[in-house]
Design a protein around this ligand. Structure first.
Ligand code: CUK
Ligand code: CUA
Length: 642
């Protein structure tokens, strides 16, 4: 076992990837060639037919969220979240720029990792989807009615927001953790004084059940480990949240020797209900800090950014019985709770076995106060006291586990590049299938809830290589769809994903498709600079600022000839799309405007700012082919000397 461990460390460090050639993959392997016609039938969605599931894939370094259909693998949409998006002007228009404000200023990019769909009673309710920004710690809430980002909250005292954005079973909280512990509060200090001085903030952000508004309710200031994935308890363990940690040595430099010195790191078990009660009774202290809270108003179609000035922090040792550490071998990454809430799977990246903890045994050990020491005052439970079982030697480099509706678990193995199906309770391996190549996360529709839908698993692979026609040095990442309705998994299909999908979430289309918004009603438009008819169209000068109140409808702009503008002015085009038909946006582009275009939905108002630099007569036009007279949808602006 020691040798296996060394081998894995070596492979991880060398970045070597073993593909399907290892002898554990004994099952039939025709995935490199043609698949059976039944596989083709299973993914074929005839023209005009609809897919059965929406799948939301994180966009990784694109900072966004992409929407796919399953089983077809067709991409429907990219929803801009943390990144400016020229396609529709998100992050460029005056209405959406505030969404990307942070305490560091305007940050029009991030690295998005883990989407999670809102739940009621542990079941997907299809109201919102949350996703984290990993780099400049943020959490976003996206409406599944409009498929627009409605809210972004920054997470202070954190760096590398990797534990989020997982939610509790009634969407009471969306949770964040810090991959990098940092000085809290941030200050100038020697890096090698990390140990004992750096803190790991775990953040609990409450979600208003009616409108979804987020509020950073409290942060728990944990020891300076690295906090990785997290998952909520559910069912019997509702009220708890579990976080994997690594670097329990609290080393400031993570060369493998350093970080994996300890045989076991921890899963931190947090009784958030207990801490919530403590906080509701005035517990914790308010710490000064800055973080942005950006909210998009659906009536004005406008975002506002507010800078918050303090956060409530809780020292875990002040709340006895709220925080415990469960020893878990070898740098656990994924932390996955099964649908019943009994089993907590720790996927030790460098461990030969998969460790599964028992929630019931954990409570027993706590009740009997059977502790194995403490870390900074936080009780450590005894490994054997909380162990439910071990999956022996299932593969190399386990990362993440997801669950079906039949009591099975599916774990990804990065190094041996496979998905392994095993049984909860008996811990027996049932099946394994290779992935192409080196899988990270996997996703089963509803697999992160009390009621998984089963049917499919999607593997999200880190390496694409020969799966598609070469496109220069970089290929899009590859997802693979498996049918899991039988005893054995069947690989059905490959499809490319955009950016690097870390996690994904899928939901039956039937839950949301009839609730999606088709148009914005003009009568409900409360934008302060809307123009609801051609007679509202006007040009208003206010010093150097010129406000153009403009309308657009097939197939003209009003006004379409604008004069009286001077070099040095700042022109604000406030444009209202008067259409009231589904899927008739108009675009707006102004020559020389360096802030992209606008794509304006029916009934919506958007503002583009333009600072004319050159004298002349300059055209603008609609960028979205909207009718036979699309090319007639144009206008001119006359710019005179200052
Ligand atoms: S992950 Cu973020 S490093 Cu395993 Cu969720 Cu890919
Ligand atoms: Cu409006 Cu093209």
């Amino acid at each position: 076992m020691k040798n296996t461990f060394k081998l894995m460390v070596g492979l991880l460090m060398a970045g070597i990837v073993m593909t399907s050639c290892n002898n554990q993959n004994s099952s039939n392997n025709k995935a490199n060639g043609a698949l059976s016609s039944s596989a083709a039938e299973k993914v074929y969605v005839a023209p005009g037919e609809h897919d059965e599931y929406y799948a939301f894939m994180s966009g990784g370094f694109s900072g966004n969220l992409t929407v796919y259909g399953l089983p077809s693998g067709r991409m429907f949409k990219e929803i801009p979240v943390f990144s400016q998006y020229p396609t529709n002007g998100y992050g460029y228009s005056e209405e959406t720029k505030p969404m990307l404000e942070t305490s560091f200023g305007f940050v029009p990019w991030d690295d998005s990792h883990h989407p999670d769909i809102s739940q009621t009673n542990g079941e997907l309710d299809g109201r919102w989807i949350f996703i984290n920004g990993n780099n400049t710690p943020r959490i976003a809430r996206i409406s599944l009615k409009t498929f627009e980002t409605e809210e972004i909250i920054e997470v202070p005292n954190s760096a590398g927001n990797h534990s989020s954005s997982f939610i509790t079973e009634n969407t009471e909280y969306v949770v964040a953790g810090t991959r990098f512990s940092v000085p809290v509060p941030q200050r100038d200090m020697p890096i090698n004084e990390y140990k004992g001085n750096f803190k790991g903030a775990l953040s609990f952000i409450s979600v208003d059940p009616e409108h979804g508004h987020m509020d950073l309710k409290f942060q728990i200031l944990m020891p300076g480990f690295n906090y990785d994935l997290s998952h909520p308890g559910r069912g019997k363990s509702h009220g708890w949240f579990f976080f994997t940690t690594y670097n329990s040595e609290e080393a400031s430099t993570l060369l493998e020797v350093n970080a994996s010195q300890n045989d076991k790191d921890f899963i931190a078990a947090i009784n958030w209900k207990k801490i919530e009660e403590y906080v509701n009774n005035g517990g914790g202290t308010m710490m000064p800090t800055n973080y942005a809270h950006n909210v998009y108003d659906e009536h004005t179609h406008t975002a506002t950014s507010t800078m918050k000035k303090e956060v409530r922090v809780v020292n875990p040792t002040d709340v006895p019985g709220a925080v415990y550490l469960l020893p878990t071998p070898k740098s656990p990454h994924g932390c996955d709770v099964d649908p019943s809430g009994e089993y907590i799977v720790g996927n030790g990246k460098l461990s030969a076995n998969l460790t599964v903890h028992s929630f019931t045994k954990m409570l027993d050990a706590i009740e009997n106060e059977k502790f194995d020491g403490d870390a900074y005052g936080i009780p450590i439970l005894n490994f054997d006291d909380v162990l439910a079982g071990t999956v022996e030697q299932p593969g190399l480099g386990p990362l993440h586990t997801e669950f079906d509706d039949q009591g099975n678990a599916y774990t990804t193995f990065f190094i041996s590049s496979e998905v392994v199906k095993w049984k909860l309770g008996s811990w027996e391996v049932i099946d394994r299938k290779p992935t192409y190549y080196s899988v990270g996360h996997l996703m089963i529709p509803g697999g992160n809830s009390r009621k998984p839908f089963g049917k499919y698993v999607v593997a999200m692979n880190k390496i694409t290589k020969d799966r598609y026609l070469p496109t220069g040095p970089e290929l899009e990442h590859s997802a693979q769809l498996y049918d899991i309705s039988g005893e054995k998994m069947e690989l059905l299909y490959d499809f490319p994903t955009h950016g690097e999908p870390h996690y994904a979430a899928a939901i039956p289309a039937s839950i949301i498709k009839d609730k999606t918004q088709k148009i914005y009603k003009l009568a409900e438009n409360q934008h302060p600079r809307k123009a609801l008819s051609d007679s509202d169209a006007k040009i208003v000068r206010d010093g150097k600022n010129v406000h153009v109140y403009m309308t657009m409808i097939r197939s003209h702009f009003s006004p379409d000839n604008i004069e009286g503008i001077k070099v040095g002015d700042k022109v604000f085009f406030h444009i209202t799309n008067l259409e009231q038909d589904f899927d008739v946006p108009h675009g707006f582009a102004m020559i020389g405007a360096n802030n992209a275009e606008l794509l304006i939905m029916p009934g919506q108002t958007r503002t583009l700012t333009w600072e004319p630099k050159q004298v002349g007569v300059w055209p603008f036009y609609c960028t979205d082919f909207c009718s036979a007279l699309h090319q007639e949808m144009q206008g001119y602006i006359r710019v005179s000397p200052a």
